[in-house]
Design a protein around this ligand. Sequence first.
Ligand code: NAI
Ligand code: HPV
Length: 532
Amino acid sequence: MAPVSIRRILISESVDPCCKQILQDNGIQVTEKQTMTKDELIGEIKDFDGLVVRSATKVTAEIIDAAVNLKIIGRAGTGVDNVDVDAATKRGIIVMNTPSGNTISAAELTCALLISLSRHVPQATMSMKAGKWDRKKFMGAELYGKILGIVGLGRIGKEVAARMQSFGMKTIGYDPITPPEISATWGVEQMSLEELWPKCDYITVHTPLMPSTTGLLNDSSFAQCKRGVKVVNCARGGIIDEPALLRALESGQCGGAGLDVFVEEPPKDWALVNHPNVISCPHLGASTKEAQARCGRDIALQIVDMLQGKALVGAVNAQVLASTFSADSHKWIQLGEALGLVLRSCSASKQPYSQVQITTIGERLKSCGGLLGSAVMVGLLKDSARNRPNLVNVLSLAQEAGITVTTDNISDSGDQALAQSICVVEISANGMSCKAIGSVHGEAPVLLELNGCPFRQPVPLSGNLLLFRAPASPQNLPNIAGVVAAAGVGAEWFSASAASSGDQWYCVGMSAPLGDLGSVKRLVKEATQLHV
Ligand SMILES: NC(=O)C1=CN([C@@H]2O[C@H](COP(=O)(O)OP(=O)(O)OC[C@H]3O[C@@H](n4cnc5c(N)ncnc54)[C@H](O)[C@@H]3O)[C@@H](O)[C@H]2O)C=CC1
Ligand SMILES: O=C(O)C(=O)COP(=O)(O)O
């Protein structure tokens, strides 16, 4: 099932032409506009439902606010720190990247900087271009036998390790997620940062930029390093604190730095770039023909595959959507939304709820809790949230509204009763609670039970529904059918529940919604109508 439809995509940076070609071949209109100003982007983004960027386009909350039709932001590359992912998520916009397309290129540039640092290649080149022949000044040191500390042992860190080991470097590292026994298989011994800093001749960082990695190398960590340590940052500006690096270079505590990335790009302050022991590139890690071809192709194919309902690959903020691509997820999403709508309708006149408990019953729904939970919340929050709820944003909207959502599964393959697949949703707050139980019969979602009253016939959850509760009496249906007919609406079918505490729930399928529920409400204890 395709979660969105996309007709017009803006590519706002230099992305390989294959990206545009693939998108166009699949019926998407593509506009390419490079070097747009922020105001130009704000002015034009409303006309697009997709945006493809690299690292230079800052997709801020302000831009996302203006992007009223945007459904996807595709990052032809790895880092999504130039995209306000939280703001996109709240608006229900999918953010997608192509994290492996430029791994090799970024790793190779890192190695180039490490080698250049050891032999002063860029400085020697500049010197010769200035007509000098200075063999003494550029005395270097071998990498062979030196210790390289790799902070961040993900895709790029691993490739850097393999390449630098071929130079005879000993590789050590740190990563809070990659298990030490895994990195050990590619020759990287892990240790704490406190143990790592004093051991390294060279340090290279390969983490994302986030609060925990900002300033990872700072005054205090430089102080723990060997005097003259050389550092490389091919990941993100700010992981090595720039003022601390400059201080360390000036004091000689740092013997050289290779920088591909900067806090501000291009930098406003050129002090680091101009330092004689700094070699630098204008964010070239991914700038190879091969990396750009891969990233351009990958982002286009990922978008097309998503639109064709084949798969969701590379989404960084829409994990629950990945499960919408299985063959029968559609009907369970419909059921979840419909149960949410039923409960929203039944609880509308009551006090606001703060807890939602979704329990799936049955082995088949064991892994569907997240999907069904989100679908239920889409139904529950429909029209009440400022941002239109969808499977991408609904949990963050619920959190914003102070609603706690919990999911659970009960399954025991030995128990016949639990063999069928059922979804139970209960909303509650301060003693008030409403509960709906549903399932899927054939392809259709059905309501089985409402507030403890099981329906004698499953209620099809589609079309215009009138739900009401009244003391058990054979007169209820004829009376309400009369009111519905008097309003010029056809009562197409009905279902009644078993009685509980003397009351019964009824559901009437109507040809159209009633203009006014007043005359129904006068005859019953409570009544509500909804459209599924
Ligand atoms: N200069 C350039 O043009 C390019 C830069 N990059 C950047 O390189 C970085 C790494 O990319 P990948 O290796 O593909 O990412 P990855 O996600 O494969 O690896 C990142 C690793 O950092 C680790 N990590 C997270 N927090 C950490 C911490 N506090 N200390 C140590 N490790 C930590 C993670 O566990 C993960 O293993 C990203 O920032 C990316 O944006 C990527 C491609 C090109
Ligand atoms: O993929 C990444 O994280 C990069 O930093 C590459 O950025 P770019 O696509 O060259 O602007």
